[in-house]
Design a protein around this ligand. Structure first.
Ligand code: XBP
Ligand code: MG
Length: 259
């Protein structure tokens, strides 16, 4: 570390959920959307490929509205389309939660280790996501541990802000609730929309691209890694300077101040 450099103390880590904590999109969110469409006898179906395109729109309700406007224009004639989409989304959320409980999705490499270490080191934890808070809670309870929701000081989720990612609002909200400045926090994201949201809230960001976001452009991110890594399964650095680190730990994150 450079001598005489005025350090900004690292106080909190803020995590995105879908794609960052776990690969939830293809085999969980997408499946829950399709099961909902089938229950409602809709001839809507989101293939793995189409869902990748639809992910450019964040938020399940917003995504369904975009789908109708661009692929199902006949359905634009439905009376109270927004109300219908809200009803579908409620059912989708219930099915998604059942799915996460029945078949937990594993957390991505390094996530559980880093969360535990950060707590032990006195860092605070927060969530900033587009998905609904119920989905976050169920994922944490079933894929991390039954008490892990309590590890997070703030769960900023879903409709708590009206402008979803790529707008920075959800990060502004999380920072306000934490009572911290952006310079004291680091965000973790997997998508371009999430990166733009964090960047526009002035946060340094670690990107771990996910199955659907590997081709996206993350120019300007503090670090881009294939995953957070483990001592016996090191990450591959896609961009950024990690010195001789092989996995993301608190010591590496604290070093960002001097990079
Ligand atoms: C990802 C999203 C969400 C999920 C679906 O959020 O865009 O919309 O795909 O969840 P993030 P909902 O990566 O910010 O966690 O249906 O609850 O919106
Ligand atoms: Mg994400």
């Amino acid at each position: 570390m450079r001598k005489g450099y005025l350090m900004t103390e690292l106080k909190a880590l803020i995590f995105d959920v879908d794609g960052t904590l776990a690969e939830t999109e293809r085999d969980a969110h997408r499946v829950a959307f399709n099961d909902t469409f089938a229950e409602y006898d809709l001839d809507w179906h989101w293939s793995v490929e189409l869902y990748g395109e639809l992910l450019s729109v964040t938020g399940g309700k917003e995504r369904m509205k975009f789908y109708v406007e661009n692929y199902r224009t006949d359905d634009l004639r439905r009376s109270n389309l927004d109300g219908f989409i809200a009803e579908l989304h409620q059912r989708k959320t219930a099915l998604y939660n059942e799915l996460l409980a029945r078949r937990p999705i594993p957390l991505r490499l390094g996530i559980a280790r880093l969360l535990k270490e950060a707590r032990n080191e006195g860092l605070r934890l927060a969530i900033a996501t587009t998905t609904s808070d119920k989905n976050v809670i169920t994922l944490l309870e079933h894929s991390l541990s039954s008490d892990s929701v309590g590890w997070f000081d703030v769960i900023a989720a879903g409709d708590i802000v009206s402008a979803k990612k790529p707008a920075p609002d959800i990060y502004h909200y999380a920072l306000k609730e934490l009572g911290l400045k952006a310079e004291n926090c680091i965000a973790f994201e997997d998508s371009k929309n999430g990166f733009r949201a964090a960047r526009d809230a002035d946060l340094r960001t670690v990107i771990t691209p996910s199955d659907y976001t590997r081709q996206e452009d993350f120019t300007g991110a503090t670090l881009i890694l294939d995953h957070l890594g483990e001592p016996d399964e090191p990450f591959t650095v896609l961009a950024g300077d990690v010195g001789d680190a092989r996995y993301v730990d608190v010591a590496l994150l604290r070093r960002f101040d001097s990079i």
